[in-house]
Design a protein around this ligand. Structure first.
Ligand code: HSE
Length: 307
């Protein structure tokens, strides 16, 4: 096999209480990429459609992660990457992670899988770190592993796969404004109070427990972020209004997806997730801000081959 086409999914990082450590994978939102073996050594990006992104390999997240993997090998041929970008950069649903993961996953498949998922996550994190100025795996991890993951440690990298109850659905609104992850990180406080930390780790533990046991009430009471959301929500127009409407429509919880501006809600059952979508749509259609809105099952497979 000399060429592979893949679907690289969008992801929701943080999941309210799990800043930088928790994330899950979306089903119907993602990029497509083609990875091809070429005679010429090295990595080249030959096509980018959808958004205006750099073709220079060392400035493009897909190129940077591909290079990290390529340099760990000793090959007498190279790879060419085509990117069909569907996830808008700066959307908060793992746009850079999808690019970073796509190239390394595709190369690994063409090489008959010399690397495992944890190693692929490590290579992809190099691309993500270039954009966000920080190494975190809460978008990369779910894109590669699927489902929910907890990035227990980045050095050494330890990804724990967390099961998701079958009836859990996400509703994601993506207001068409851009928030750069590096900017959204820069406004966070360097220190937090012990009181807030206690609430946050109790919620994260509760969320992990609720996902393992399928206890929707525990999931609901745990989807709270007392540390990051109060700062970042100011960057997202109508955030509080949207969150309130989602909860009133029956969502278990609602919060900022990654570093925003997307807002995720989790619901028990597709019908509730669709009601949440309607409620949010009603609010945002009056704001004059363009938006996309999706309902997605939790994607337990992660990145996949299309051909
Ligand atoms: N955990 C990261 C953040 C995800 O919220 O900054 C976005 O890359």
């Amino acid at each position: 096999m000399n060429e592979i086409k893949i679907f690289s999914p969008g992801t929701v990082a943080n999941v309210s209480c799990g800043f930088d450590v928790m994330g899950f994978c979306l089903d119907n939102v993602g990029d497509e990429m083609v990875i091809r073996k070429i005679d010429q050594k090295g990595i080249r990006i030959s096509k980018i459609e959808g958004f205006d992104l750099p073709y220079e390999v060392d400035k493009n997240v897909a190129g940077i992660s591909a290079l990290a993997m390529y340099e760990a090998l000793n090959l007498d041929f190279g790879f060419e990457i085509e990117i069909y970008k569907k996830i808008k950069p700066g959307s908060g649903i793992g746009s850079s992670a999808a690019s970073a993961v796509g190239s390394v996953f595709g190369m690994n498949e063409l090489l008959n899988r010399p690397f495992n998922k944890t190693e692929l996550t490590e290579f992809a994190m190099k691309g993500e770190a270039f954009i966000s100025k920080s190494e975190h795996a809460d978008n990369i991890g779910p894109a590669i592993f699927g489902g929910f993951i907890l990035a227990k440690s980045v050095s050494p990298l330890q990804i724990l796969e967390i099961p998701s109850p079958i009836d859990l659905y996400a509703t994601i609104i993506h207001p068409q404004i851009e928030i750069k992850t590096a900017d959204a990180r820069a406004l966070l406080p360097k220190e937090v109070s012990l009181q807030d930390a206690i609430k946050q780790w109790a919620n994260l533990g509760g969320l992990v427990h609720g996902l393992h046991t399928g206890d929707y009430e525990v999931i609901k009471s745990s989807l709270q972020d007392v540390i990051v959301e109060p700062h970042r929500s100011k960057l997202i127009p109508h955030f509080n209004h949207v969150k309130k409407a989602a909860l009133n429509a029956g969502a278990l919880g609602s919060g900022i997806s990654g570093s925003g501006p997307s807002i995720f809600s989790l619901s028990k059952g597709q019908e509730t997730a669709l009601n949440v979508k309607d409620a949010i749509e009603k609010i945002y259609s009056k704001t004059g801000i363009d938006f996309d809105i999706h309902v997605s099952k939790i994607n337990t497979q992660g990145i996949k081959i299309l051909n």
